[in-house]
Design a protein around this ligand. Structure first.
Ligand SMILES: [Zn+2]
Length: 347
């Protein structure tokens, strides 16, 4: 699982300007629990042209393939990946009975009240992670599924939900105007370019008129939320009070807070399973897992834990004979450690 991640940052994203998209294929699968025939979409092909967020969320140009990997049965909520709906899929009888009785998975609202024909991808990942816990799968695998759930929240939720469409169009035009295509193409990682642009837009520019400043803050929220830089989103949000209509502000605030809390719930689950799985990880995976724990704690605003895990990750990189394939990881560890607020850390 982590082997693939080792190469993400050494890729040159030269495909940015070409037309790349995720292709989806219609398929029928049969639920191994209740035999329901399910019409679903599976990923035919995808790409990583949109770069990678700093918690290693690999991003595609076009549809996010992560939203189409999990499948949930609309009748009984059995959930899994495509390969877990094939005819040779076997499950313990006790688990089948629990799923049929709608007692296997915990969710809010309860499973029997959910519209299973229309549930978000993060809920499907949540059910898969719960199934893997019930069937005793490895903590690192469960961590990866919870991590995918957190990415799905980020990818599915509209960052400016609650804002009127004219303002959203103006925000999009501003972002397009600010993106310098030449720089974007040159950037090794388009996702990082967008995060840095979001940070620039978040800075108060006193030469701007109030309306332009409001658009700039909204554009910063959009870019930073799309990449899960949620603390910065929370920092910008109060400045919009009284700058946009009250009802829109309250709507935006409530939806963003709910979405960020949901993402953080899955990040907490991820980090707890990563820590549980660390002793069983291969030596060459330990650096990246410690980095991920540090990065997730940074996103959870636990600066002390983030600093400790970044330090361990750094200490695991051999002083001599460094693997050139890991140079991206050294950059990540040092770069993300720099973002921790200095006055909250021990020397
Ligand atoms: Zn079913």
């Amino acid at each position: 699982m982590f082997k693939k991640l080792l190469f993400i940052f050494v890729l040159v994203f030269s495909c940015w300007e070409k037309t790349y998209a995720t292709t989806l294929v219609k398929e029928k699968v049969i639920c191994p629990v209740c035999n329901t025939l399910i019409n679903t979409l599976v990923v035919g092909s995808t790409n990583n042209c949109a770069g990678c967020d700093m918690d290693l969320f690999e991003r595609a140009a076009g549809d996010d393939p992560n939203l189409f990997y999990p499948i949930t049965c609309p009748e009984c909520a059995y959930s899994g990946f495509h390969s877990e709906f094939l005819s040779d899929t076997t499950l313990p009888d006790t688990l089948k009975q629990k799923i049929k009785a709608k007692k296997a998975f915990i969710s809010t609202p309860p499973v029997e009240e959910l519209d299973l024909h229309n549930i978000p991808a993060w809920a499907k990942y949540d059910f898969i992670a719960q199934k893997y816990q019930l069937t005793g799968r490895s903590p690192l695998l469960i961590a990866h599924i919870f991590h995918s759930a957190s990415w799905a929240v980020r990818s599915e939720d509209e960052p400016l939900s609650g804002i009127d469409s004219n303002t959203i169009n103006s925000v999009d035009s501003l972002i397009n105007k600010k993106i310098i295509r030449k720089e974007l193409i040159k950037a090794n990682n388009p996702a990082l370019y967008e995060i840095q642009l979001g940070r620039k837009l978040a800075k108060i520019d006193s030469t701007l008129k109030t309306e332009e400043r409001t658009l700039s803050s909204l554009a910063a929220i959009k870019l930073l939320r799309e990449h899960g830089e949620n603390k910065e989103v929370e920092d910008i949000l109060p400045s919009l009070e009284n700058k946009i209509p009250t009802e829109q502000f309250e709507n935006l605030k409530s939806k963003l807070n709910k979405s960020i809390a949901n993402e953080r719930y899955f990040q907490e689950q991820t980090v707890s399973f990563l820590k549980l799985g660390l002793p069983e990880a291969r030596e060459n995976e330990k650096t990246v897992i410690n980095y991920l724990c540090g990065e997730l704690y940074r996103r959870l605003k636990d600066w002390g834990q983030a600093d400790s895990f970044f330090r361990v990750a750094e200490s695991l990189i051999p002083k001599n004979g460094r693997d050139p394939n890991q140079s991206w990881l050294i950059k990540c560890i040092r770069g993300q450690k720099q973002l921790l607020p200095k006055n909250n850390l021990k020397n």
